[in-house]
Design a protein around this ligand. Structure first.
Ligand SMILES: [Zn+2]
Length: 443
């Protein structure tokens, strides 16, 4: 049984101020030092933790409907809560594809009943992700799921006329097209980054230009029709340069980078372990440095996980046969602390922006991405930056175990997640908001 009142003590706000935070009835009721607990409040000692606005992920593969052996909306929501997230965007490449109002409403409802995070479905741009005919974009936007982000992610919208029409269509309701920038002709059969290591291993290379050419084309298209474009998982130094150029010209483009592309390089492939096989591929150290710089200076707007669960048989095989993708939700914030904050490239205010404010703003999630203040919905992510996260694939909340960070000690560990005033993750335990509303259980 819970009163819905909490007193979180020993925190530091993104601006460096020390504070306690009181929560009552789902909202932040007080922010000050040395608060005393209200009657019936649960006191939570979080000494050493930074308090961030609840994290929002714009790029999550929850695999339901259709691939529930890899992940479900419930298991993916639990992984999200454990990683400090309060909202995730479910990619459309499910089975059936989320290209109708019916499917997006189903995913939205599954998220609501799971009760760990808000699950916002992303709609497919084209029917069946086939790249030819536009999906029911308007019906998905008008549905109960109120879809504003559309993407064929996993595939590139390659036909420039289809891309143009999609960009034009979403203007009606302030939507955005999230492009997986990958020229399919230049990457046919590609297995990893094209470079010295791919030639040494004899694996077919994936050239940087296959990504950059699409980004360049689409920022020009977005400019031409005056619509909003978002570039998924940027991986190359050249891509960062194009986004920087486009923004300088006032083009309405935003971009994301994944934690794994900020930490790992194509040298990981030397292990021949397909745990490191991902789309788009891990690039070079020079690219990693450009991505870090781009995220720090705001050229890259957000961090997005591209959490991509796969069952063991899809990853524990030969490199050539293995599926592309890796888990991301449970380790994302630790990796951002390690690569961006501990290195002095970014402060916590910038982390709050890249992982909460900006993703919520791009996707128009109006109940998310608000600064920590009295009266705001108590969506909070707490991280202790000096604690170590030992990643263990056998202990993940996700239904899959394809984390490339298994056995690594990451710097910084999520200590708690509060979603609408309820601790979805605390003291190493997960708890759904649904259970709090109905403590007698039964679902
Ligand atoms: Zn993608």
């Amino acid at each position: 049984m819970t009163s819905g009142r909490y007193l979180l003590t020993g925190l530091t706000l993104p601006n460096g101020d020390k504070t306690d935070i009181a929560i009552s009835d789902g909202k932040i009721s007080e922010i000050a030092e040395n608060l005393s607990a209200a009657e019936g409040a649960t006191k939570v000692d979080l000494a050493g933790s930074i308090a961030l606005p609840g994290l929002v992920d714009l790029h999550t593969h929850l695999r339901e409907p259709g691939k529930e052996d890899a992940e479900t909306v419930l298991s993916g929501s639990m992984a999200a809560a454990k990683g400090g997230y309060v909202a995730v965007s479910a990619m459309a490449n499910t089975s059936p594809v989320a290209d109708t109002a019916g499917v997006v409403e189903q995913v939205y409802a599954l998220g609501q009943s799971a009760g760990y995070v808000d699950v916002f479905p992303i709609g497919a741009v084209t029917q069946g992700l086939q790249g030819e005919n536009l999906s029911e974009i308007g019906a998905m936007a008008d549905s109960r799921a109120k879809v504003r982000v559309f993407s064929d992610d996993g595939r590139c919208v390659f036909d420039p006329l289809v891309m143009r029409r999609a960009l034009e269509y979403v203007k009606k309701f302030d939507g955005v097209i999230a492009q997986h920038a990958q020229d399919p002709r230049l990457t046919q059969g590609a297995q990893m980054n094209e470079g010295e290591i791919s030639s040494r291993l004899g694996l077919k290379g994936w050239p940087a230009v296959a990504e950059e050419a699409i980004i360049a084309r689409d920022v020009l298209l977005a400019d031409h029709v005056q619509s909003r474009l978002h570039i998924c998982h940027l991986t190359t130094a050249g891509g960062v340069e194009i986004i920087r150029w486009a923004k300088a010209r006032g083009i309405n483009v935003t971009a994301e980078v994944t934690p794994h592309h900020l930490l790992l390089t194509d040298e990981s492939a030397l292990s021949y372990d397909p745990i490191f096989k991902v789309n788009p591929p891990l690039r070079t150290q020079k690219d990693v440095e450009a991505l870090r710089e781009g995220l720090a200076d705001g050229t890259i707007d957000i961090v997005a996980t591209d959490h991509a669960p796969h069952p063991a048989e899809a990853k524990e095989c030969e490199w050539q046969e293995a599926a592309f993708g890796m888990l991301g939700l449970e380790s994302a914030l630790s990796i951002i602390n390690q690569t961006m904050v501990a290195t002095g490239l970014m402060n916590w205010e910038a982390v709050a922006d890249r992982m909460s404010y900006a993703p919520a703003r791009i996707a128009r999630y109006s109940d998310h991405g608000a600064a920590i203040k009295v009266g705001a919905v108590a969506n909070l992510t707490l991280i202790n930056p000096t604690q170590t996260l030992r990643v263990d694939r056998d202990l993940v909340a996700s239904r899959s175990r394809n984390t490339p960070f298994h056995g690594m000690d990451l710097q910084g560990s999520v200590t708690a997640t509060f979603f609408k005033g309820h601790p979805t993750f605390l003291n190493g335990k997960l708890s759904a908001i649904y259970e709090a509303r109905n403590p007698s259980g039964g679902r």
